[in-house]
Every structure is written in structure tokens, then in C-alpha cells.
Design a protein around this ligand. Structure first.
Ligand code: SF4
Ligand code: SF4
Length: 392
């Protein structure tokens, strides 16, 4: 279940102030692992970056190694919990017995820690069955993430990208989820076709999901197929900025529209007038079918790194490796003339890890995100809040 993105805020940023002692993630931070159960999918979405030519599935042996590592990590930290997001490809393209077996493994290998594992699944819903739902419940999944795009010819199976079929099956799957009482959230991928009507898209999505957990991710580049849909960081920010005043007025009704809610929280001044830092130090990492672990990045990101393999390194070591890398990126940016004197540093801290990783030399000017980010702050965020302060 691909989630095209080089989100400027959806992910976790370094939480230590430059020059201070490294602030380790608090015991309240909930780290998460995004588990690629399979690189196969029943759909053929135009912008997919997940499905590969030689797709792999995660064997139950690797799942067992993963659960042993999770148990060891949680066993040593009584106050913590850990998120596992069962992702793909399309995880439910695997049969329900796969998830039954995962639930059995968890019961055996995480007997005393399983109540602190927060399971979620990210699925396109088009092959969801009652048997899947039952297996997912046994595992402890309480929440489903999905994605949807009503535009024809973007999401769908087969060479012709049959979006009618996709939409029909998606809505059937959604009814099953709602009848089962599970919560759900939705990713919408912002493409060239979305740019002409940002507000319509916002209203459509918040009407579709009345609980309104909606994440808006950009499709930035990728394969030749996706090129005509790709948008620039600036177009993405203009799309979000157009929605922003409308969402801000209704933010209590729709408290989970991302990344707007994260940006607004990050920009809101604290009691002392400084930017509030809402980053809790939680870390999110990808686990690939062979058990290797890397930052959560679009799969074709150049220079994407691996921190090692589950089983060879403990989870604590893998989280620490990511932490150190984030810290190095933050230091590098703070030393650059671009960021050093920027008034947005307290909030932005030179951008987030996805941007840094996409540019291994960590050059923000090249990435295009710096201009886009500043544009959001000055063209969209500040006018809304200045109007609010003046009572207009
Ligand atoms: S649903 Fe679409 S975007 Fe997600 S993995 Fe399948 S083909 Fe890729
Ligand atoms: S807005 Fe640009 S210059 Fe300012 S801190 Fe962020 S990346 Fe650096």
C-alpha cells in the first residue's frame, strides 16, 4: 500500500536543540515499525513506488525474528509501547492465514509484552475479507489505514488501471470495516489533477471519512508513468495553503487532517512566545521483507540507507542509529548559511529527515523544500493568524 510522499512534516524530526545535550526520546514516545509484509499488490496504481519487478513476501521466519526483537525491546522498558504497521505492497493480498500465524507467533513470543504492541494495517481494502478481519482482530489491530482517489485512471488493477473496479471494491471493503467497528483513516495523494480544486478535495475527503483522519501526501516524482501526475514542493504547499484557512476555521471539527495539524502545532507559540516543540522524539523505521531496517522513505529514494538487520542488531541499536543520523543532519543544516539565521529555525530545524535523505549531501536549496516551507509559513500561516489576532 504505497503512500507517495516526501512529506515536509508527517514524519518525525530531531527533537534536540542544537548545542544542547542530545535529548533522548522520552519513555512516552511510541516508536513504530512499518513492516513490508509483501511487495506484491492486486492494484496497479500509476504512482506506486512499492510494487517491484521481483516482489518478495516477508516469511514467517522473519516475522518471528521481528517479534522476538519487539519482545526484547519492550521487556526491557516497562513504560513503553511500540507500533507495528502492517504495510505492503498490499498486505491483504496475503491470505488471512498469514495473519492468523502472525497472531499465533505473537501469543507465543510476546506473551508478556503483546498488550503494549499497537497494531495497525495499511491496506487498499479491495481484497479485504471477513476472514482477514477476524485474523486482524486476533492480532490486535484496532485501526485501518487506507487510500483512495476517485479520479479515473489513477488507482486500479490491470494494465488499464481499472478505477471503476477499484472504487467499487474499495467501498465494499470500507463497509466491512465500518460494520466491524474498526477505526479507519485515509491517505489521499495530491497529484496534478488535484491542484485545480483543493477545497473540493478537502470537502470530499472530510465527508467521506466523518471521523476525518485524512493525510494529504504529494506525488513528487517517480517512474515515467507517474511523471504527468507529479507535483513540485511549491505546488504541494500551495494546495495545502489554499485549504488551510478553511480547515483552520473547522479545526475542532476535523482535528486530524495531516500535515496541517502537525504544521499548525509546530508553529503555534508556547506560553513563553517561542515556538512550541511538539516533537516527542518518536522514531519510525521501515522493516523490509528480508528483515533489513531503514528510514521510512519513498522506495526509490537515492542513497537510501540501511541500519542493519533485525536479529543482527537490537531494536534499541536500530533506533539509536536513526537518532544519530537525524542529529547529524540537523547539525549539518544549522551550520549552513541558509538555515543558520533563518527565523523559522526553531520550528523547521532545517527540514525533516525525509528531505535530508532525499539529498544525501543534505543541501536544502536543491531540494526545493526550503522555499516551499517558508512560503507556507509566510503566505498562508501568518496571514490566517494575523487576521485572528486583529479580530478580522
Ligand atoms: S494499492 Fe496502489 S499504491 Fe498501494 S501498493 Fe498497491 S499499487 Fe502500490
Ligand atoms: S525554512 Fe529553510 S532556511 Fe529556514 S530553517 Fe527551514 S530549511 Fe532552513
Amino acid at each position: 500500500m504505497a503512500t507517495p510522499s516526501s512529506s515536509v512534516s508527517g514524519s518525525v524530526a530531531p527533537s534536540a536543540a542544537i548545542g544542547s545535550e542530545t535529548v533522548r526520546p522520552s519513555s512516552q514516545a511510541c516508536h513504530a515499525l512499518v513492516v513490508t509484509t509483501t511487495e506484491r499488490c492486486n492494484s496497479n496504481c500509476v504512482y506506486c513506488s512499492k510494487v517491484t519487478r521481483r516482489p518478495r513476501d516477508m516469511s514467517l521466519q522473519v516475522v518471528a525474528e521481528l517479534l522476538r526483537a519487539v519482545d526484547a525491546y519492550l521487556g526491557a522498558r516497562s513504560g513503553e509501547s511500540l507500533g507495528l504497521l502492517w504495510h505492503g505492497g498490499e498486505p491483504l493480498w496475503l491470505e488471512s492465514r498469514y495473519f492468523e500465524a502472525v497472531a499465533d507467533l505473537q501469543r507465543r513470543l510476546c506473551a508478556s509484552t503483546q498488550h503494549r504492541i499497537e497494531h495497525r494495517v495499511q491496506t487498499n481494502l479491495t481484497c479485504l475479507s471477513a476472514a482477514h478481519l477476524s485474523a486482524l482482530r486476533r492480532l490486535g489491530v484496532a485501526d485501518v489505514g487506507t487510500s483512495f482517489d476517485p479520479e479515473p485512471g489513477i488507482r486500479g488493477p490491470g494494465k488499464r488501471v481499472d478505477s471503476n473496479r477499484y472504487n467499487r471494491q474499495f467501498l465494499q471493503g470500507l463497509r466491512l470495516v465500518e460494520r466491524s467497528g474498526l477505526g479507519w483513516g485515509l491517505i489521499y495523494v495530491v497529484t496534478q489533477r488535484s491542484l485545480e480544486r483543493p477545497r473540493e478535495v478537502f470537502h470530499f475527503l472530510t465527508n467521506l471519512n466523518l471521523a476525518s483522519r485524512v493525510t494529504l501526501n504529494p506525488v513528487l516524482s517517480g517512474s515515467d508513468r507517474a511523471r504527468s501526475l507529479a507535483i513540485t514542493p511549491r505546488e504541494y504547499v500551495d494546495f495545502l495553503g489554499t485549504i488551510y484557512p478553511c480547515w483552520h476555521r473547522r479545526r475542532h471539527r476535523f482535528p486530524s487532517v495531516h500535515p496541517l495539524v502537525a504544521w499548525e502545532r509546530a508553529l503555534a507559540p508556547g506560553d513563553d512566545g517561542a515556538s512550541a516543540d511538539v516533537r516527542d522524539g518518536s522514531v519510525q523505521l521501515s522493516v523490509h521483507p528480508d528483515g533489513t531496517v531503514s528510514p521510512c522513505l519513498p522506495d526509490r529514494t537515492p542513497g537510501a540507507r540501511s541500519y542493519g538487520r533485525i536479529g543482527d542488531r537490537t531494536l534499541a541499536e536500530l533506533f539509536e542509529a536513526h537518532w544519530q543520523w537525524q542529529r547529524q543532519a540537523e547539525r549539518h543544516r544549522h551550520a549552513s548559511p541558509l538555515c543558520h539565521d533563518c527565523r523559522w529555525w526553531p520550528t523547521c530545524r532545517g527540514g525533516l529527515d525525509l528531505d535530508a535523505a532525499a539529498h544525501t549531501d543534505m543541501d536544502m536549496q536543491e531540494s526545493g523544500w526550503c522555499d516551499a516551507r517558508r512560503r507556507f509559513f509566510t503566505e498562508y500561516y501568518e496571514p490566517v493568524h494575523e487576521r485572528g489576532r486583529s479580530g478580522a
